[in-house]
Write a protein that binds this ligand. Structure first.
Ligand code: IMP
Length: 202
């Protein structure tokens, strides 16, 4: 039984491999040589859920495999949830995206510096065209300066008060245990173990 993880991000593949270890599913990802050539999915949805489902349906339909895809980003409520679904595209590099966010937050103080990472995982089964969603969300504070070398994206300015560190100061295990993506993938793996295995082995 094969499950396609619609990503080229090795971190995401490793994480889902760990979470589904006991389920007896073979994980393949987009770089797998057994897959046909599949053009890249267009991520032009207006919500994380829409983009995750678009990716899962695109790669699931073209590969014929049950497929899981994720879309995630940062939301800052005091900036009308900017950058949201555009998190990856508001500037060209992680450093520029962080600098842009810090610039927009310059005049913003205290409780208004709350931010949250949101992750939506979508599962699509091409054999019966059904889908499922799994959501993860983690709240923190946007710092005034970056801190830490780990992680990626907005991690250096995302302070997680419970651990008194930014996400870029956590090990990948620590981050996975609390992050939006860890939560949504754990919910997916739990669902797959309970109900999904029967569905995808039909
Ligand atoms: P993707 O859905 O993993 O492609 O994430 C979209 C963008 O959201 C990334 O390029 C990052 O800018 C931001 N993002 C998503 N998840 C994280 C995270 O865990 N840490 C930092 N930035 C993130």
């Amino acid at each position: 039984m094969k499950l396609l993880i619609a990503t080229t991000n090795e971190g995401k593949v490793r994480e889902i491999q760990k979470l589904t270890l006991d389920l007896g599913v073979a994980i393949v990802h987009l770089g797998d040589p057994s897959l046909p050539d599949i053009p890249e999915a267009v991520e032009d949805g207006e919500t994380f859920a829409e983009n995750a489902l678009k990716k899962a349906m695109h790669y699931g339909t073209l590969s014929g495999l049950p497929t899981v895809a994720e879309d995630a980003g940062l939301e800052i409520p005091s900036l009308d949830n900017w950058p949201g679904v555009h998190s990856a595209r508001v500037a060209n590099t992680d450093e520029e995206r962080v600098a842009l966010a810090l610039g927009k937050m310059k005049e913003i103080e205290g409780e208004n510096r709350i931010g949250r990472f949101v992750s939506f995982v979508a599962f699509y089964n091409p054999s019966d065209q059904t889908s499922e969603f799994f959501k993860g969300i983690v709240e923190g504070e946007i710092l005034e300066e970056p801190r830490g070398e780990n992680g990626f994206g907005y991690d250096p300015i995302f302070y997680y008060p419970e651990l008194k560190k930014t996400f870029a100061e956590l090990t990948s295990e620590e981050k996975n245990s609390v992050s939006h993506r860890g939560q949504s993938f754990r919910k997916f793996a739990e669902w797959l173990g309970k109900f999904g295995i029967q569905l995808i082995s039909k």
